[in-house]
Design a protein around this ligand. Structure first.
Ligand code: NAI
Length: 345
Protein backbone atom coordinates (compact mmCIF):
# COMPACT_ATOMS: atom_id res chain seq x y z
CA UNK A 1 0.00 0.00 0.00
CA UNK A 2 1.24 3.48 -0.88
CA UNK A 3 0.92 5.77 2.17
CA UNK A 4 0.69 9.49 1.47
CA UNK A 5 1.16 12.27 4.05
CA UNK A 6 -1.26 14.86 2.67
CA UNK A 7 -0.38 18.31 4.06
CA UNK A 8 -2.54 21.44 4.21
CA UNK A 9 -5.76 19.50 3.61
CA UNK A 10 -8.92 21.47 3.02
CA UNK A 11 -12.41 19.90 2.83
CA UNK A 12 -12.49 20.35 -0.95
CA UNK A 13 -9.15 18.48 -1.30
CA UNK A 14 -10.41 15.58 0.77
CA UNK A 15 -13.58 15.32 -1.29
CA UNK A 16 -11.65 15.07 -4.54
CA UNK A 17 -8.90 12.69 -3.33
CA UNK A 18 -10.46 10.17 -0.92
CA UNK A 19 -12.37 8.32 -3.65
CA UNK A 20 -9.03 7.05 -4.96
CA UNK A 21 -8.24 5.16 -1.75
CA UNK A 22 -10.73 2.40 -2.59
CA UNK A 23 -9.89 2.40 -6.26
CA UNK A 24 -6.16 1.93 -5.76
CA UNK A 25 -4.04 0.49 -2.99
CA UNK A 26 -3.41 3.91 -1.43
CA UNK A 27 -3.90 5.52 1.97
CA UNK A 28 -4.03 9.30 2.38
CA UNK A 29 -3.12 10.62 5.81
CA UNK A 30 -5.06 13.91 5.63
CA UNK A 31 -3.29 16.56 7.74
CA UNK A 32 -4.66 20.06 8.25
CA UNK A 33 -1.26 21.43 9.15
CA UNK A 34 1.18 22.75 6.60
CA UNK A 35 4.50 21.03 6.00
CA UNK A 36 7.44 22.66 7.77
CA UNK A 37 10.34 21.63 10.01
CA UNK A 38 7.97 21.12 12.97
CA UNK A 39 5.46 18.95 11.11
CA UNK A 40 7.76 16.94 8.85
CA UNK A 41 7.83 14.09 11.41
CA UNK A 42 4.16 13.39 10.57
CA UNK A 43 5.44 11.86 7.32
CA UNK A 44 6.98 8.95 9.23
CA UNK A 45 5.85 5.68 7.67
CA UNK A 46 4.73 7.36 4.44
CA UNK A 47 6.48 7.07 1.11
CA UNK A 48 4.93 10.23 -0.35
CA UNK A 49 4.53 13.79 0.94
CA UNK A 50 1.75 15.55 -0.97
CA UNK A 51 1.99 19.35 -0.67
CA UNK A 52 0.44 22.62 -1.85
CA UNK A 53 1.72 26.10 -2.58
CA UNK A 54 2.26 27.40 0.96
CA UNK A 55 3.95 24.34 2.40
CA UNK A 56 7.63 24.79 3.27
CA UNK A 57 9.75 22.48 1.14
CA UNK A 58 13.23 23.84 1.80
CA UNK A 59 16.51 21.94 2.14
CA UNK A 60 16.03 21.19 5.86
CA UNK A 61 12.55 19.73 5.31
CA UNK A 62 13.69 17.79 2.25
CA UNK A 63 16.63 16.27 4.15
CA UNK A 64 14.37 15.20 7.00
CA UNK A 65 11.80 13.72 4.59
CA UNK A 66 14.66 11.79 3.01
CA UNK A 67 15.82 10.51 6.42
CA UNK A 68 12.26 9.39 7.15
CA UNK A 69 12.21 7.30 3.97
CA UNK A 70 9.89 9.50 1.91
CA UNK A 71 10.68 8.86 -1.75
CA UNK A 72 8.38 11.27 -3.56
CA UNK A 73 7.15 14.84 -3.09
CA UNK A 74 3.91 15.18 -5.03
CA UNK A 75 2.94 18.80 -5.61
CA UNK A 76 -0.74 19.55 -6.05
CA UNK A 77 0.25 22.66 -7.96
CA UNK A 78 1.85 23.66 -11.23
CA UNK A 79 4.18 26.27 -9.69
CA UNK A 80 7.16 24.91 -7.75
CA UNK A 81 8.97 28.09 -6.70
CA UNK A 82 8.37 27.04 -3.05
CA UNK A 83 10.38 23.82 -3.46
CA UNK A 84 14.17 23.71 -3.24
CA UNK A 85 14.44 21.38 -6.23
CA UNK A 86 18.22 21.66 -6.16
CA UNK A 87 18.27 20.27 -2.60
CA UNK A 88 15.88 17.49 -3.61
CA UNK A 89 18.00 16.39 -6.55
CA UNK A 90 19.48 12.93 -6.01
CA UNK A 91 17.43 12.42 -2.82
CA UNK A 92 13.70 12.72 -3.34
CA UNK A 93 11.89 12.85 -6.65
CA UNK A 94 9.51 15.77 -7.18
CA UNK A 95 6.41 15.60 -9.38
CA UNK A 96 3.89 18.33 -10.11
CA UNK A 97 0.61 18.95 -11.94
CA UNK A 98 1.78 20.89 -14.98
CA UNK A 99 -1.70 21.92 -16.07
CA UNK A 100 -5.14 21.45 -14.61
CA UNK A 101 -7.44 24.20 -15.77
CA UNK A 102 -5.88 27.28 -17.30
CA UNK A 103 -9.50 28.44 -17.78
CA UNK A 104 -10.04 28.54 -13.99
CA UNK A 105 -7.21 31.02 -13.46
CA UNK A 106 -7.74 33.10 -16.60
CA UNK A 107 -11.49 33.41 -15.98
CA UNK A 108 -10.82 34.45 -12.37
CA UNK A 109 -8.45 37.15 -13.61
CA UNK A 110 -11.18 38.50 -15.88
CA UNK A 111 -13.76 38.22 -13.07
CA UNK A 112 -11.51 40.36 -10.86
CA UNK A 113 -10.96 42.89 -13.62
CA UNK A 114 -14.67 43.28 -14.39
CA UNK A 115 -15.57 43.44 -10.70
CA UNK A 116 -13.01 46.15 -10.14
CA UNK A 117 -13.62 48.43 -13.10
CA UNK A 118 -17.44 48.13 -13.02
CA UNK A 119 -17.44 48.50 -9.18
CA UNK A 120 -19.51 45.31 -8.76
CA UNK A 121 -18.08 44.77 -5.27
CA UNK A 122 -19.44 48.16 -4.22
CA UNK A 123 -22.78 47.75 -5.97
CA UNK A 124 -23.31 44.36 -4.33
CA UNK A 125 -22.86 45.85 -0.87
CA UNK A 126 -25.02 48.87 -1.65
CA UNK A 127 -28.06 47.02 -2.99
CA UNK A 128 -27.98 44.63 -0.02
CA UNK A 129 -28.69 47.70 2.09
CA UNK A 130 -31.29 49.02 -0.39
CA UNK A 131 -28.95 51.78 -1.43
CA UNK A 132 -29.67 52.19 -5.13
CA UNK A 133 -27.52 55.25 -5.71
CA UNK A 134 -25.08 55.10 -8.64
CA UNK A 135 -22.79 57.85 -7.38
CA UNK A 136 -19.16 56.80 -7.49
CA UNK A 137 -19.84 53.66 -9.54
CA UNK A 138 -18.74 54.99 -12.95
CA UNK A 139 -16.57 52.44 -14.70
CA UNK A 140 -14.92 52.28 -18.10
CA UNK A 141 -15.29 50.13 -21.25
CA UNK A 142 -12.77 47.35 -21.77
CA UNK A 143 -13.45 47.49 -25.51
CA UNK A 144 -10.59 49.29 -27.23
CA UNK A 145 -8.32 49.31 -24.16
CA UNK A 146 -4.79 47.91 -24.30
CA UNK A 147 -4.01 44.95 -22.07
CA UNK A 148 -0.39 43.93 -21.50
CA UNK A 149 0.00 40.23 -20.73
CA UNK A 150 3.27 39.14 -19.08
CA UNK A 151 3.77 35.44 -19.83
CA UNK A 152 2.00 33.77 -22.73
CA UNK A 153 1.91 30.20 -21.43
CA UNK A 154 -1.23 28.16 -20.90
CA UNK A 155 -3.03 30.65 -18.63
CA UNK A 156 -1.76 33.77 -20.41
CA UNK A 157 -3.05 32.46 -23.74
CA UNK A 158 -6.54 31.73 -22.38
CA UNK A 159 -6.61 35.18 -20.79
CA UNK A 160 -5.59 36.73 -24.12
CA UNK A 161 -8.42 35.03 -25.98
CA UNK A 162 -10.91 36.22 -23.34
CA UNK A 163 -9.59 39.78 -23.74
CA UNK A 164 -9.82 39.53 -27.52
CA UNK A 165 -13.46 38.54 -27.07
CA UNK A 166 -13.97 41.83 -25.28
CA UNK A 167 -12.47 43.74 -28.23
CA UNK A 168 -9.30 44.72 -26.34
CA UNK A 169 -5.92 45.35 -27.96
CA UNK A 170 -3.48 42.76 -26.66
CA UNK A 171 0.26 43.24 -26.32
CA UNK A 172 2.50 40.73 -24.57
CA UNK A 173 5.95 40.04 -23.22
CA UNK A 174 7.49 36.57 -22.94
CA UNK A 175 11.17 35.63 -23.32
CA UNK A 176 9.91 32.69 -25.40
CA UNK A 177 7.35 34.26 -27.76
CA UNK A 178 4.92 31.90 -29.46
CA UNK A 179 5.65 31.76 -33.16
CA UNK A 180 2.79 32.44 -35.56
CA UNK A 181 0.43 33.31 -32.70
CA UNK A 182 -0.46 36.68 -34.17
CA UNK A 183 0.27 38.24 -30.77
CA UNK A 184 2.07 41.59 -30.75
CA UNK A 185 5.11 40.91 -28.59
CA UNK A 186 6.84 43.99 -27.15
CA UNK A 187 9.63 44.60 -24.64
CA UNK A 188 8.70 44.73 -20.97
CA UNK A 189 9.37 48.48 -20.92
CA UNK A 190 7.02 49.05 -23.85
CA UNK A 191 4.38 46.86 -22.24
CA UNK A 192 4.56 48.92 -19.04
CA UNK A 193 4.29 52.23 -20.86
CA UNK A 194 1.47 51.29 -23.29
CA UNK A 195 -0.90 49.18 -21.20
CA UNK A 196 -4.14 50.34 -19.62
CA UNK A 197 -4.32 46.98 -17.86
CA UNK A 198 -1.38 44.70 -16.97
CA UNK A 199 -1.94 41.03 -16.14
CA UNK A 200 0.83 38.79 -14.80
CA UNK A 201 0.90 35.17 -15.99
CA UNK A 202 4.58 34.23 -15.68
CA UNK A 203 6.22 32.00 -13.05
CA UNK A 204 8.09 33.40 -10.06
CA UNK A 205 11.82 33.08 -10.70
CA UNK A 206 14.87 35.11 -9.68
CA UNK A 207 14.37 37.02 -12.93
CA UNK A 208 10.69 37.82 -12.38
CA UNK A 209 10.82 38.60 -8.64
CA UNK A 210 9.58 42.20 -8.15
CA UNK A 211 8.92 42.61 -11.86
CA UNK A 212 6.45 45.26 -10.77
CA UNK A 213 8.50 47.67 -8.67
CA UNK A 214 8.94 51.39 -8.05
CA UNK A 215 10.75 51.90 -11.36
CA UNK A 216 8.34 49.90 -13.52
CA UNK A 217 5.34 51.55 -11.84
CA UNK A 218 6.85 54.95 -12.65
CA UNK A 219 6.93 53.91 -16.33
CA UNK A 220 3.25 52.88 -16.35
CA UNK A 221 0.26 54.94 -17.49
CA UNK A 222 -1.58 56.90 -14.85
CA UNK A 223 -4.65 54.92 -13.85
CA UNK A 224 -3.23 51.53 -14.87
CA UNK A 225 -5.03 48.47 -13.53
CA UNK A 226 -2.73 45.69 -12.30
CA UNK A 227 -3.87 42.06 -12.09
CA UNK A 228 -1.84 39.39 -10.37
CA UNK A 229 -3.11 35.81 -10.34
CA UNK A 230 0.37 34.25 -10.56
CA UNK A 231 2.64 34.64 -7.53
CA UNK A 232 2.73 37.42 -4.95
CA UNK A 233 6.44 38.20 -5.16
CA UNK A 234 6.13 39.22 -8.81
CA UNK A 235 5.10 42.53 -7.22
CA UNK A 236 6.96 44.65 -4.69
CA UNK A 237 3.84 45.19 -2.60
CA UNK A 238 5.15 48.27 -0.80
CA UNK A 239 5.83 49.91 -4.17
CA UNK A 240 2.32 48.92 -5.30
CA UNK A 241 0.83 50.48 -2.19
CA UNK A 242 2.83 53.67 -2.75
CA UNK A 243 1.66 53.76 -6.39
CA UNK A 244 -1.97 53.45 -5.28
CA UNK A 245 -1.57 56.16 -2.63
CA UNK A 246 0.05 58.45 -5.22
CA UNK A 247 -3.04 57.88 -7.49
CA UNK A 248 -0.70 56.50 -10.15
CA UNK A 249 -2.22 53.02 -10.06
CA UNK A 250 -5.96 53.10 -10.78
CA UNK A 251 -6.75 49.69 -9.34
CA UNK A 252 -5.13 46.44 -8.26
CA UNK A 253 -6.66 42.98 -8.30
CA UNK A 254 -4.61 40.47 -6.35
CA UNK A 255 -5.24 36.76 -5.99
CA UNK A 256 -1.77 36.29 -4.54
CA UNK A 257 0.36 38.20 -2.07
CA UNK A 258 4.06 37.92 -1.35
CA UNK A 259 3.49 37.26 2.36
CA UNK A 260 0.41 35.09 1.89
CA UNK A 261 2.01 31.92 3.38
CA UNK A 262 0.66 32.22 6.92
CA UNK A 263 -2.47 34.18 6.03
CA UNK A 264 -4.25 32.92 2.94
CA UNK A 265 -6.50 29.83 2.91
CA UNK A 266 -7.40 30.34 6.61
CA UNK A 267 -10.26 32.09 8.42
CA UNK A 268 -8.57 35.04 10.13
CA UNK A 269 -11.79 36.97 10.78
CA UNK A 270 -11.48 36.67 14.57
CA UNK A 271 -7.86 37.80 14.67
CA UNK A 272 -6.04 41.12 14.67
CA UNK A 273 -4.30 41.39 11.32
CA UNK A 274 -0.61 42.03 11.95
CA UNK A 275 0.30 42.54 8.32
CA UNK A 276 0.16 46.32 7.89
CA UNK A 277 0.64 46.28 4.13
CA UNK A 278 -2.13 43.76 3.48
CA UNK A 279 -4.46 45.59 5.89
CA UNK A 280 -3.81 48.88 4.10
CA UNK A 281 -4.35 47.30 0.69
CA UNK A 282 -7.63 45.72 1.74
CA UNK A 283 -8.82 49.09 3.07
CA UNK A 284 -8.39 50.69 -0.37
CA UNK A 285 -11.60 51.12 -2.41
CA UNK A 286 -9.76 50.26 -5.63
CA UNK A 287 -8.08 47.06 -4.45
CA UNK A 288 -9.67 43.63 -4.59
CA UNK A 289 -7.96 40.74 -2.84
CA UNK A 290 -8.96 37.10 -3.21
CA UNK A 291 -6.99 34.51 -1.27
CA UNK A 292 -5.30 32.40 -3.95
CA UNK A 293 -8.69 31.32 -5.20
CA UNK A 294 -8.13 31.48 -8.95
CA UNK A 295 -7.57 27.73 -9.30
CA UNK A 296 -10.67 26.81 -7.32
CA UNK A 297 -13.16 25.32 -9.77
CA UNK A 298 -14.58 21.81 -9.59
CA UNK A 299 -12.95 20.99 -12.92
CA UNK A 300 -9.55 22.09 -11.66
CA UNK A 301 -9.90 20.17 -8.36
CA UNK A 302 -10.87 16.98 -10.21
CA UNK A 303 -7.97 17.40 -12.59
CA UNK A 304 -5.45 18.10 -9.77
CA UNK A 305 -6.58 14.96 -7.90
CA UNK A 306 -6.49 12.75 -10.98
CA UNK A 307 -3.05 13.92 -12.13
CA UNK A 308 -1.56 13.74 -8.61
CA UNK A 309 -2.80 10.17 -8.11
CA UNK A 310 -1.55 9.19 -11.57
CA UNK A 311 1.83 10.79 -10.81
CA UNK A 312 2.15 8.73 -7.61
CA UNK A 313 1.01 5.49 -9.27
CA UNK A 314 3.27 6.04 -12.25
CA UNK A 315 6.27 6.63 -9.97
CA UNK A 316 5.73 3.49 -7.85
CA UNK A 317 4.47 1.14 -10.58
CA UNK A 318 6.72 2.24 -13.41
CA UNK A 319 10.25 1.98 -12.04
CA UNK A 320 10.29 5.55 -10.75
CA UNK A 321 9.36 7.01 -14.11
CA UNK A 322 6.83 9.84 -14.16
CA UNK A 323 6.36 12.27 -17.05
CA UNK A 324 5.60 15.05 -14.58
CA UNK A 325 8.84 14.72 -12.63
CA UNK A 326 10.89 17.89 -12.44
CA UNK A 327 14.34 18.98 -11.37
CA UNK A 328 16.54 22.00 -11.84
CA UNK A 329 17.96 20.57 -15.07
CA UNK A 330 14.56 20.14 -16.71
CA UNK A 331 14.30 21.83 -20.07
CA UNK A 332 18.05 22.49 -20.32
CA UNK A 333 19.07 21.12 -23.68
CA UNK A 334 22.50 19.90 -22.60
CA UNK A 335 21.68 18.74 -19.08
CA UNK A 336 18.12 17.40 -19.25
CA UNK A 337 18.48 13.80 -18.10
CA UNK A 338 14.76 13.13 -18.36
CA UNK A 339 14.95 13.50 -22.11
CA UNK A 340 17.69 10.85 -22.22
CA UNK A 341 16.81 8.48 -19.37
CA UNK A 342 13.11 9.28 -18.71
CA UNK A 343 13.83 10.29 -15.11
CA UNK A 344 15.64 13.18 -13.48
CA UNK A 345 18.01 10.94 -11.50
P1 NAI B 1 3.17 28.13 -18.22
O1 NAI B 1 4.44 27.45 -17.85
O2 NAI B 1 2.26 27.47 -19.22
O3 NAI B 1 3.49 29.60 -18.77
C1 NAI B 1 4.39 30.48 -18.16
C2 NAI B 1 4.88 31.43 -19.24
O4 NAI B 1 5.70 32.41 -18.61
C3 NAI B 1 5.74 30.74 -20.32
O5 NAI B 1 5.29 31.09 -21.60
C4 NAI B 1 7.13 31.28 -20.05
O6 NAI B 1 7.92 31.40 -21.23
C5 NAI B 1 6.79 32.63 -19.47
N1 NAI B 1 7.91 33.24 -18.77
C6 NAI B 1 8.99 32.64 -18.19
N2 NAI B 1 9.84 33.56 -17.72
C7 NAI B 1 9.28 34.77 -17.98
C8 NAI B 1 9.70 36.10 -17.75
N3 NAI B 1 10.86 36.38 -17.17
N4 NAI B 1 8.88 37.10 -18.17
C9 NAI B 1 7.71 36.83 -18.78
N5 NAI B 1 7.27 35.57 -19.04
C10 NAI B 1 8.05 34.56 -18.64
O7 NAI B 1 2.41 28.39 -16.84
P2 NAI B 1 0.85 28.62 -16.62
O8 NAI B 1 0.18 27.32 -16.41
O9 NAI B 1 0.33 29.55 -17.65
O10 NAI B 1 0.87 29.35 -15.19
C11 NAI B 1 1.42 30.65 -15.03
C12 NAI B 1 1.54 30.94 -13.55
O11 NAI B 1 0.26 31.02 -12.97
C13 NAI B 1 2.25 29.84 -12.73
O12 NAI B 1 3.66 29.99 -12.76
C14 NAI B 1 1.70 30.06 -11.36
O13 NAI B 1 2.56 30.92 -10.66
C15 NAI B 1 0.37 30.77 -11.59
N6 NAI B 1 -0.80 30.00 -11.13
C16 NAI B 1 -1.62 30.57 -10.21
C17 NAI B 1 -2.74 29.90 -9.77
C18 NAI B 1 -3.70 30.53 -8.81
O14 NAI B 1 -4.57 29.84 -8.27
N7 NAI B 1 -3.64 31.81 -8.55
C19 NAI B 1 -3.03 28.54 -10.23
C20 NAI B 1 -2.12 28.06 -11.24
C21 NAI B 1 -1.02 28.76 -11.65
Amino acid sequence: MIKVAFYDTKPYDKASFEKYEDKYDMKFLFLETKLNEDTVELSRGCSVACVFVNDTVDAAVINRLHDLGVRLIALRSAGYNHVDIRAAFGKIHVVHVPAYSPYAVAEHAMALLLTSIRRIHKAYNRTREFNFSLNGLTGFDLHGKTVGVVGTGKIGMVFISICQGFGMNVIAYDPFPRKDSGIEYVSLDELFSRSDIISLHCPLTEETRYLVNEKSIAAMKKGVVILNTSRGALIDTQALLDGIKARKIGAACLDVYEEEGEIFFEDRSGHIMNDEILSRLISMPNVIVTSHQAFLTQEALDSIAETTVNNILSFFNNDGICDNELCYHCGEIEHCRKERRKKCF
